[in-house]
Design a protein around this ligand. Structure first.
Ligand SMILES: *[C@@H]1O[C@H](CO)[C@@H](O)[C@H](O)[C@H]1NC(C)=O
Ligand SMILES: *[C@@H]1O[C@H](CO)[C@@H](O)[C@H](O)[C@H]1NC(C)=O
Ligand SMILES: *[C@@H]1O[C@H](CO)[C@@H](O)[C@H](O)[C@H]1NC(C)=O
Ligand SMILES: *[C@@H]1O[C@H](CO)[C@@H](O)[C@H](O)[C@H]1NC(C)=O
Ligand SMILES: [Zn+2]
Length: 475
């Protein structure tokens, strides 16, 4: 359980590498610059791109905030040409660390960025920066403490029941996800493998034609083509909210860490899928009508066997039986029997970790959940275990010394870490072209989408003012 896969089913075998290099790239990026001339050209390209971005953002910064001073000629939401009502398509690339889009030319992502609105320094995940807590925070606008999915795997301290990602019992999944909000307004929604989407809630029944059951083996092309086929339905049946999930590049990131040619290939492949979607929408004449949001759930950081903390090393201070540990890293979760004094346990563990005698002890700090930093919003739920350890960036926690493992990748760490950020790009009638916005936490997305769809949403942790600060005013 040290490094759980994002979804329970084993991922498909790695795609054939020969598939990755077919796209024609506008620039060639040799792995190592061949000549000083290349460096100089690269420098020119980067500096002119930066100047361009600066011009775009400085000319647009005042126009998009709601203020009485909006002058004539300010951009306004563009009218729909073909669709009868707004449609929002959200594509999630699991573990797409912010910055991956610069590893290699990504012409399709670039099209969304160039003509859309982008979180300039990435989208901030909720804590813990894990797949299920974050996908469900995006869907509900709630912090994990409120939406109930406080980890990918956890034990409910009250009932003793275990949650795993394949559990679709509605009692675990609190809050109101977007697909339910849409269904409760009598409209169609469609989900393609989004965590939580198979849970029956309110008027959302996970209808077979719009809610396939999770199967990691379904090729990405098939997922894209199915989503595109929804746009061929009669207008009043087209789902107004559609989401689509890709396991990549998280799958590769766990295997090899964020800096490896495998990641670059996975990014190229994901970009090709974005291109397939854009092309399919263009063929139908609706690319400019559809709101296309590309995002991820969290980033990725390299881990190494030399960066491990072993709980058994704390034995001189306190013995921690394996059965008390519900999750090792990056969020060490301990649920001892109630006969144990939690505060004494935290104190003893921290004494050992700070003693200088425990390998890498400085990189783990234990807390009673109520003493965790408030910015993590990780205490106000009975499901959160009483004792939580924050593990420093790139470190891991294991019970005992075993044969060393290879270096790999992980996420789940403090959401303030830059390496945990992911991308956010939105393209569509209500998003200004070429605009950059500051980073924000993904709980804001629920209100953004209900605003675009003009639906009344459920109470959540997003701020009411966020949509107005980002969306173009109505025409
Ligand atoms: C941006 O949109 C304009 C207007 O539709 C179009 O001419 C241009 O090609 C688009 N840019 C990119 C990079 O797709
Ligand atoms: C289900 O949808 C119907 C029709 O739109 C609506 O009247 C009803 O309130 C919805 N149920 C819930 C639980 O929202
Ligand atoms: C999962 O998808 C693959 C590829 O489409 C298919 O061959 C397989 O039958 C599916 N498995 C299940 C359980 O539906
Ligand atoms: C998040 O929203 C829920 C639902 O409105 C609310 O109960 C909870 O207190 C909020 N949490 C925070 C930290 O604001
Ligand atoms: Zn993930």
């Amino acid at each position: 359980m040290a490094s759980p896969s994002p979804l329970l089913q084993p991922p498909p075998s790695s795609p054939d590498p020969s598939q990755h290099c077919t796209i024609k790239l506008p620039l060639s990026f040799p792995k190592k610059p061949q000549t000083p001339l290349f460096l100089f050209v690269l420098f020119l390209a980067i500096s002119s791109a930066a100047a361009f971005v600066f011009l775009l953002s400085s000319s647009s910064s005042s126009a998009s905030s709601i203020s009485p001073e909006i002058h004539v000629g300010s951009p306004r939401a563009r009218a729909l040409a073909k669709l009868r009502r707004p449609v929002v398509l959200v594509v999630s690339c699991d573990g797409f660390r912010f910055g991956y889009q610069f590893k290699t030319p990504t012409p399709n992502i670039h099209r969304l960025v160039a003509n859309g609105t982008e979180a300039e320094t990435g989208l901030i995940p909720v804590f813990p920066s894990l797949t299920f807590p974050n996908h469900y925070a995006i869907a509900t606008g709630l912090y994990p403490a409120s939406h109930g999915i406080i980890n990918n795997y956890f034990v409910d301290p009250v009932s003793g029941e275990r949650f795993t990602p394949s559990n679709h019992d509605p009692k675990w999944w609190l809050g109101e996800p977007l697909w339910e909000t849409v269904a409760d307004h009598g409209l169609n929604a469609a989900t393609y493998f989004w965590p939580g989407s198979e849970v029956v809630k309110g008027n959302w029944t996970c209808p077979p034609r719009f809610c396939p059951k999770y199967n990691a083996s379904v090729p990405f092309e098939q997922r894209v083509d199915t989503v595109l086929s929804y746009f061929d339905l009669p207008q009043n049946e087209i789902p107004v909210f559609i989401n689509l999930y890709f396991e990549d590049p998280d799958k590769q990131g766990h295997q090899v860490g964020p800096d490896d040619p495998k990641i670059t290939k996975a990014v190229v492949r994901v970009d090709e899928m974005i291109g397939r979607l854009i092309q399919g929408l263009e063929e139908r004449g609706i690319f400019e009508d559809v709101t296309f949001i590309l995002l991820g759930d969290h980033g990725m950081v390299g881990t190494c066997d030399k960066k491990t903390i072993f709980l058994d090393d704390l034995a001189p201070w306190i013995r921690i039986p394996e059965s008390w540990v519900t999750y090792y890293y990056p969020v060490l979760s301990i649920l001892p029997p109630t006969s144990v004094s939690y505060s004494e346990m935290v104190a003893k563990m921290n004494a050992g970790l700070a003693s200088g005698k425990v390998e890498n002890g400085d990189y783990l700090r234990m807390y009673l959940k109520e003493d965790l930093p408030g910015r993590l919003h990780y205490s106000d739920s009975s499901r959160i275990p009483p004792i939580v350890g924050l593990v420093d960036e790139g470190f891991s926690v294991e019970q005992a010394r075993t044969n060393n493992k290879e270096c790999a990748g992980a996420h789940g760490y403090d959401n303030a870490l830059f390496s945990m950020r992911t991308i956010f790009v939105a393209h569509g009638p209500q998003f200004q072209r070429g605009r950059k916005i500051p980073s924000f936490v993904n709980i804001e997305i629920y209100n953004l989408i209900t605003s675009i769809l003009k639906l009344k949403g459920a109470p959540n942790n997003g701020s009411a003012s966020f949509p107005n600060s980002v969306l173009l005013p109505s025409a």
